[in-house]
Design a protein around this ligand. Structure first.
Ligand code: HEC
Ligand code: HEC
Length: 324
């Protein structure tokens, strides 16, 4: 299904994509709702699918914590939502309902808009989870919906749009907390077969685990656990919500050029050894109370060892491994 859609989108891009991109944002072409065509929507999907999404998506609360509402406002325009929705308080309904205050509201409950039975019959609330599922593929969430929009494949863009929609309220609803459980639930399949709640009888030390850690699994973990939402890892990579992490092992803490750290982490004034990284990743807020890294932590020791082994590999001269 997905690959068929991507194929369709790719074909559409081949015939008319170049012209669209030259003309600028897809949103510009959607000034009139009547001009919405299958092609315009397919192109939109194609743009989302052009950069292959990571094999495993980060949990929604992690994506939301990292998302920028300003970027979401731009995405809302670029993805064509503006063609059908107004967002100002008391704004008129268009082809779609006004979206002020929609986060946390009843599904299909804006006054003065005639919804499809498909959506008004759901009877649920617009939680972040529901909105995320809805925007991924409206017709899957509410088969028969009037919202003729293929969906937005890019999880990062969706999370940005959600935090933007959240700002459209006198009292924005609280973001969901990043649960430590989400981290345990996304650890490697080998650990999940025994269950994250059942620790091994004789736990191996971090050093032992690090000595036999798997760099590739560490890299995969940065996707699964959402680190990639805030950090780049390549040499010379840009700072995002968090600093670029190339060469972090053995380097001075809170010292990456061009990144503004919290006073909490700067005050540590130490070196990122394997041990300090292990403690940090277990629970950032415990290691540096007041840190800007809004991340619960990685509960599984083997996963932390893999992460640290991966961070260690990001260097021309990786530091020697400890001898357990
Ligand atoms: C072609 C017009 C169109 C486009 C483009 C569109 N929507 Fe919609 N939207 C609608 C319609 C129509 C409905 C009502 C659906 C129903 O009644 O089944 C709706 C409903 C919604 C709702 C639920 C509102 C409520 O009161 O329950 C949300 C949230 C929403 N849209 C967000 C978006 C976002 C975000 C985008 C861009 C990614 C988008 N829409 C793009 C037409 C559109
Ligand atoms: C929500 C965004 C976010 C996520 C997700 C995140 N980080 Fe961070 N990270 C930050 C921020 C912000 C800082 C700077 C902290 C400060 O200044 O207090 C940071 C700092 C760090 C540092 C110290 C860097 C230095 O230059 O001193 C390391 C190492 C790190 N993070 C690793 C990770 C790993 C590994 C993960 C995934 C398990 C992760 N981070 C997930 C935002 C994030």
């Amino acid at each position: 299904m997905d690959s068929m859609m991507i194929n369709k989108a790719a074909a559409a891009v081949l015939v008319s994509g170049i012209a669209f991109f030259m003309a600028g944002r897809v949103g510009d072409l959607l000034v009139k709702p009547q001009e919405l065509t299958k092609t315009a929507i397919a192109i939109d999907m194609g743009a989302g699918g052009a950069a292959p999404p990571p094999a495993v998506e980060a949990p929604l609360p992690v994506l939301l914590a990292a998302a920028d509402p300003k970027a979401g406002q731009a995405d809302f325009a670029a993805a064509g939502c503006v063609a059908c929705h107004s967002v100002n308080e008391g704004g008129k309904a268009g082809v779609g309902p006004n979206l002020y205050g929609v986060v946390g509201a009843k599904e299909g409950g804006r006054p003065g808009f005639v919804y499809s039975a498909a959506l008004s019959g759901k009877g649920g609330e617009w939680t972040f989870e529901n909105l995320n599922t809805w925007i991924t593929k409206p017709a899957a969430f509410a088969p028969g919906t009037k919202m003729s929009y293929a969906g937005l494949a890019d999880a990062k863009k969706r999370s940005e749009i959600l935090v933007y929609l959240r700002t459209l309220a006198a009292t924005p609803m609280a973001l969901p907390a990043v649960p430590a459980g989400a981290v345990a639930a996304t650890t490697t399949s080998t650990t999940s077969t025994t269950g994250p709640a059942a620790p091994p009888a004789a736990p191996e030390s971090f050093d032992t685990l690090l000595a036999k850690a798997d760099v590739d699994q560490g890299k995969t973990a940065t996707l699964k656990l959402g680190c990639v939402a805030c950090h780049s890892f390549t040499e010379g990579g840009k700072n995002g919500l968090g600093p670029n992490l190339y060469g972090v092992v053995g380097g001075k803490q809170a010292s990456h050029e061009g990144f503004v750290y919290s006073a909490a982490l700067k005050a540590k004034d130490g070196i990122w050894t394997f041990d300090t990284l292990n403690t940090w990743l277990t629970k950032p807020a415990a290691y540096a109370p007041g840190t800007k890294m809004t991340y619960a932590g990685v509960a599984d020791t083997a996963t932390r060892a893999n992460l640290v082994a991966y961070l260690r590999s990001l260097s021309a001269n990786p530091a020697p491994l400890p001898t357990p």
